[in-house]
Design a protein around this ligand. Structure first.
Ligand code: B12
Length: 283
């Protein structure tokens, strides 16, 4: 009989240990920073944006020149755009606005403000990829290092290549995501100024190009032939590639993008009118 009690007690203990582990794991993965980023990501996903959390302390330890001036454990969320932002969201945005602002910037601003409204009780600063420091060519935040510290995209820096073919030439670094390759753009950082997270775990980004040769190759492509999509294609992401129109748009200088924008706006309005005519016919 005694053995029966011991066996039951033993099983109860195992079950308790298992439940505590589950609770601990859930607590560690469901921290306030993760919850906020998940809420932002779930809302923005339908519009072609992805979001992930990071802390200033992670970013500042890496970023040697451009610092984020917030307390170490302030919850920050980085947002990038994927092909769907341009293909699905931008046309409707173009048809609904007459702003002279850069269309992608205006569209992103609109959705970042909607994302901020999901948190009416929080104070949220928004930093855009194009925001510069006062009287300086330096950005307010180095988006590629942000992407690396949030685990979204590995930032390949020229300093990582031990025997560079380019010698002393100044080279720019390039971020590659395991999900999108190079077919994405960093857009913004949301800083939740009054929210601190001491529990969130740092997740390092996946290094899709582990060899020295691959690292050197992507940097050569990005620096020598950035209009050619080869650097974006170093990781296979077939259904995430930009359309020809989107690639052409991002390969042009902002001042030269007007014709593409007008064509997209015209096409969207025409499509909508056609859909409305079809709906009327069905009634
Ligand atoms: C200024 C700028 C330019 C300038 C100068 C480029 C440059 N990199 O300096 C010009 C006009 C030339 C340019 C051109 C382009 N750009 Co540009 N540009 C920027 C911008 C606004 C700032 C870059 C910058 O000045 N960084 C600051 C310097 C100091 O950073 P850094 O040299 O990398 O040094 C950092 C690292 O060393 C880091 N660090 C140090 N130690 C460690 C250790 C670790 C582990 C890590 C992770 C980091 C790290 O610390 C430093 C920062 O403090 C960024 C957006 C942004 N806000 O970041 C886009 C950005 C870099 N550009 C981008 C792109 C795509 C382009 C273009 C292809 C044009 C286009 N279609 O948009 C071309 C291609 C350039 C080329 N191949 O010649 C993308 C890159 C995306 C990617 N996948 O990497 C960005 C991020 C914009 C975006 N919205 O996504 N660009």
């Amino acid at each position: 009989m005694n053995w029966l009690y011991v066996a039951v007690a033993f099983h109860v203990l195992i079950a308790l240990a298992f439940v505590s582990l589950l609770l601990y794991y859930n607590h560690k993965t469901n921290t306030v920073g993760v919850k906020i980023a998940t809420k932002v990501d779930s809302y923005l996903k339908q519009y072609g944006y992805d979001a992930a959390p990071f802390l200033p302390v992670w970013y500042n330890k890496m970023s040697s020149v451009v610092k984020l001036n917030y307390p170490d454990n302030t919850v920050c969320v980085v947002v990038l755009s994927n092909r769907d932002m341009f293909e699905k969201t931008l046309p409707a945005h173009l048809a609904s606005t007459t702003t002279s602002e850069d269309p992608v910037d205006s569209c992103t601003k609109y959705f970042m403000q909607r994302a901020r409204e999901l948190f009416p009780d929080e104070e949220v600063d928004i930093i855009y990829d194009y925001d510069l420091q006062p009287n300086s060519p330096l950005p307010l935040v180095n988006m590629q290092t942000v992407g690396h510290s949030a685990g979204l995209a590995y930032y390949y820096r020229p300093e990582e290549v031990t025997e560079p073919s380019w010698g002393d030439r100044k080279m720019f670094g390039c971020s590659i995501s395991p999900k999108y390759g190079g077919w994405f753009g960093f857009r913004a950082v949301l800083v939740f100024k009054n929210v601190q997270d001491d529990e969130i775990q740092y997740l390092s980004p996946h290094d899709s190009l582990p060899s020295q040769e691959e690292k050197a190759k992507v940097l050569e492509l990005f620096n020598n032939e950035w209009k050619d999509p080869a650097w974006r294609d170093v990781v296979l992401t077939d259904d995430m590639r930009y359309s020809d129109e989107q690639l052409e748009y991002f390969n042009k200088l902002p001042a030269e993008r007007g014709a593409i924008v007008e064509e997209m706006r015209r096409r969207y309005i025409e499509q909508r009118e056609e859909e409305q005519r079809d709906e009327k016919k069905e009634l």
